[in-house]
Write a protein that binds this ligand. Sequence first.
Ligand SMILES: Nc1ncnc2c1ncn2[C@@H]1O[C@H](COP(=O)(O)OP(=O)(O)O)[C@@H](O)[C@H]1O
Ligand SMILES: [Mg+2]
Length: 258
Amino acid sequence: MTEVSVTKDAKPAADDLVVLKGVNKHFGALHVLQDIDMTIARGEVVVVIGPSGSGKSTLCRTINRLETVDSGTITIDGKPLPQEGKELAKLRADVGMVFQSFNLFAHKTVLENVMLGQTKVRRTAKAEAEAKARTLLDRVGVGSQADKYPAQLSGGQQQRVAIARALAMGPKVMLFDEPTSALDPEMINEVLEVMQQLARDGMTMVVVTHEMGFARSAANRVVFMADGRIVEEAVPDQFFSNPRSDRAKDFLSKILHH
Ligand SMILES: Nc1ncnc2c1ncn2[C@@H]1O[C@H](COP(=O)(O)OP(=O)(O)O)[C@@H](O)[C@H]1O
Ligand SMILES: [Mg+2]
């Protein structure tokens, strides 16, 4: 019998980009990340889902070291996360992050927002940074908004600028923490489409989202978290049609039938 591959295959282990081993994190008495082992291959798109408070944001924040861990190790492209200083700034540039709230600089134009990290952290020359910023703004569909201030843009446009800003640093991996949760419904798709394209272009991505359509079509793998643990992980088709754990079944029944 021949095996017919119907799902997007997992990438080979030889090309691991982000590796978490035995990661634990507490906030006081709260054990928010419990023995997390997770490996993300270069070019892989991992969607992280789970109930509120399960540790999804904390997981993202530890990967770019906005949070320290209590034990365990995290490596990016074979290198452990640096503690501080220049190396840490460089790591942050290698790990692009897009949050629920767009976090653009309100007093800078869209163009300046996308140039800033390039000139300050990457030390890119201004003309080159501007050219790259304009190319990226075009790519996410807001090229004509370059000279406006963030408040003059819709939420969907601002979030696309935030994606362009992260991409401008030439990151190795992009983390998205509920990037469409703060958007009006009609703006969700324009942001998801940009993320879909990024996934197709081969970007390594970790995406925390409740957008199950995106998970089904863009993810190589779904990771389900509950109470600080990875409870289950599978390719999307398998996860959505046949979740194994009661926690995942319960969660899916709530979000798919609300
Ligand atoms: N800085 C913090 N200090 C104390 N508790 C926190 C902090 N950040 C998150 N928590 C708690 O850690 C748990 C996990 O939070 P979070 O990672 O934000 O979960 P999720 O993103 O899955 O909703 C929650 O109980 C939350 O209240
Ligand atoms: Mg969160």
